[in-house]
Design a binder for this molecule. Sequence first.
Ligand code: C2E
Ligand code: MG
Ligand code: MG
Length: 634
Amino acid sequence: MRDYPYLLCLLLILWIFMACYLGLPHLKNRQNRIFLTMLTIYAGVLTLELIAHPIGMRVFPFPQRWIAVLNIAYRALFLPGMYCNFLFITNILRLNAERAPWKARFLRGLFVVAETLTLSSFLNGIVVHVRPDGSYKGPLYGVLAFCGLFYLILSLVMLTTCSSRLSAYERVSAWASQILLLCGLMIHIFFPVDMILSTAYLMSIIILYLAFQNPNLYMANRGNAFNVRAFRSVMDERLEKNSYRILAFALRDYIDMRGIYGGPQMDSGVSLIGNFLVKTYPEHQVFYLRSGRFVLLGPESMDCEQIRHELHERFQAPWVADDAELDLSIAIVQLEPDSGPDTVDRILNYLFLAFDNADEILSRPDGLMDADSIRLIDRQVDVKRSLDRCLERNEVEIFLQPLIDSRSRNLAGAEVLCRIRDEDGKLISPSIFVPIAEKNGCINLMGEQVLEKACQFVRDHNLEQIGLSWLNVNLSPIQCMKKDLSERFSTILEQYGVSTEIIHLEITEQSVMDISRLEQQIHVLQGFGFRFSLDDYGSGYSNLSRVKQYPFANIKLDMSIVWDYFRDKDVLLPTIVQAFKEMGFSITAEGIETAEMADTMSAIGCDYLQGYYFSKPLPTEEFVTKYTSLRQGA
Ligand code: C2E
Ligand code: MG
Ligand code: MG
C-alpha cells in the first residue's frame, strides 16, 4: 500500500525546490537544460503517481481507461529520468558526445527503442499492461528495469574512469547520488517496496544540485554576473558549436583606481556595472572575471557595434556608488570564432593579455583584435609556455657578458644574463620573458635558478684562470618584494660554497613599487655581505638624489644615455659621472659598441665597460674558452 501523505510530502518538497531553483539566475548551458529536464520529469513522475494512487483516484475521479493511460505515462517517464541522469553525469565529466559519435548514437538509439516500446503499450500493452485487478506488467516489462540499470551502471563506470576531472567534493557527491539511485532501483526491482525509487531519485537530485548546480558556484561575488567557472562551462559548449561572440572590457587602471577611490567604493562600482549589464543585455550572458574585467557572451548575431557604442556612452557619465562618483574608463576587446583561440584557456589568456597590453593591442577604435595583435598575443602565450616548461625542468640557461676594466682593458667581471629556449630550441630574449615572469610571479623561481646556475659556475671553474673577479646577477625589483629573499639567496650561496664577495646584485629601480620594502630588502641583503649595482641608470626612473639612499657600490649607465651622448656630446653625462665618482661610486658604461665609445667613456671616468665591442653575452663554456685563452696569450 502506498503512503499518500508521504507522496504528497515528496511532491511538495520538489515544488518548493523547483520554485527556488527557477527563481535564481541560470547559466544558458547544456548542464542546466539537462538538470531542468530532470526536475520536470521527476515532477511529472510524482504528480502522475499521486493521481494514479488509489486515494488519488478517489480525489481525481478519472475513468478506469484514463487511470490506465496515466499509469503507462507514469512508467514511461522512468526511462527518460534515468537517461537524463546519465547525460548529466557525462556532462559533468566533460565527456563530449561529438568525440565519440558512435557510442552516443548507440546509447541514444537504445533509449529511443525502449521508450517507443513503452509508449506503444498504450496500444498493445507490450511493456506496461494495466489490468482492472491493479497489475501493470506487460510481457516486456523487464526492458524498463534493464535499460534503467544499464544507464546507471554506465554512469558509475564513467565516474570510475574519469573521476580525476572532478574535485574531491564533486566526486563524492556524484558517487553518492548514483549509488543512492542504484540502491533505489535494486530495491524497486527485487523487493517491490513502493516509493523507495522516488525517494532515491529526489535525494540524488538534491545532491547533484548542491554539488554542481547551486548558483552560488557560478555567481561572481559582485553584481549579478557569473564567474570564471561559469564562463569556462558555457564557453566549452560554445566552442563545440563554434558559434559565439565575445565583447569584453576591463576598467582601465583598476588597481590604481582602487587606491584612489578606495576598495569598498570600487567594489560597489563593480556591482553597479554588473547589474547594469545584466539589466541592459538580458539576452546575453554577463561574466565578471575579477579585477575589473567583464565579458558579454552572445550568439553570432550579437550586435557588438551597438553594444560598444552604448558602453562608451554609459562610461562618459560617472557611476555613483556609496555617495562617491567614480569616473571610470574602459578598454574593450571583441573576439569571434575565427579570431584564433580554440580553447577556453586560450580565450582567457587572450583576453587577459589584451587587457594587460590595452594600449598597444586595443588601439584600434573598433576594439576588434586584428591579425597583428593576435600574433603578438600568440607569441606571448608561446613564451609563457616555454618559460613554464624551462622553469619546471630547471632548464633556464645563463650567458655571460664581460665587464672590462677601462684602464687595463682586461676582463674584470661578468654579467649573468638569463636565457630560455622555445620548443624548437631557439633562444628567447629576456626582454620578452622577464616582464612576463614578473607579471605571473615566476620571476622568483627564475631568479633562484639563475643564481644557482651562477653559483654552480663559480664552484666548477677556476675564476682566477679566466680572469674573473666577480659575477653580476640581475635582481628584479619584484623579487625584492619577497620577504625571505635574503635567506633563500644566502642558503643557495652556502649550498655551493660561494662567497657573497663574488656575487654582486644588479637592481633596477622602477616607478611603481614599494620603495621602503626595497630599501629594507637591500639593507638585509647587504647584511649578508652582498654588494649592489644600480642597473640602467638614466633609463627613466632613477634620480640622482635617491641614489644616495641606497648602499650601491657601482652605477651602471644605461646604454640609452651612453648612446645619446654620442649623438650629441654635451656636458651632462661627464658631469653626472664626475658627481657619482665624487660620491664614491664606481661607474660602468653599458652599450659600448665601438673603439671610440670605449676610449671616450674611459676618458670621461668610467671604471668598467660593457658592450658588443668587447663581446656579446656568451654561453658559459664559450666564455671560459675565450677568456682563458686570452689570458694565457697575454
Ligand atoms: P640589463 O641587465 O641592462 O642587461 C644588459 C642588456 O644589454 C643585455 O640584454 C645585453 O645583451 C645587452 N647589451 C649589452 N651590451 C650591448 C651592446 O653593446 N649593444 C646592445 N644593443 N645591447 C647590449 P639581454 O641579455 O637581452 O637582457 C635584457 C634585460 O633582461 C637585462 O638588461 C635585464 O634587465 C634582464 N635580465 C636578463 N637576465 C636576467 C635575470 O637573470 N634576472 C632578471 N631579473 N632580469 C634579467
Ligand atoms: Mg643588468
Ligand atoms: Mg642594464
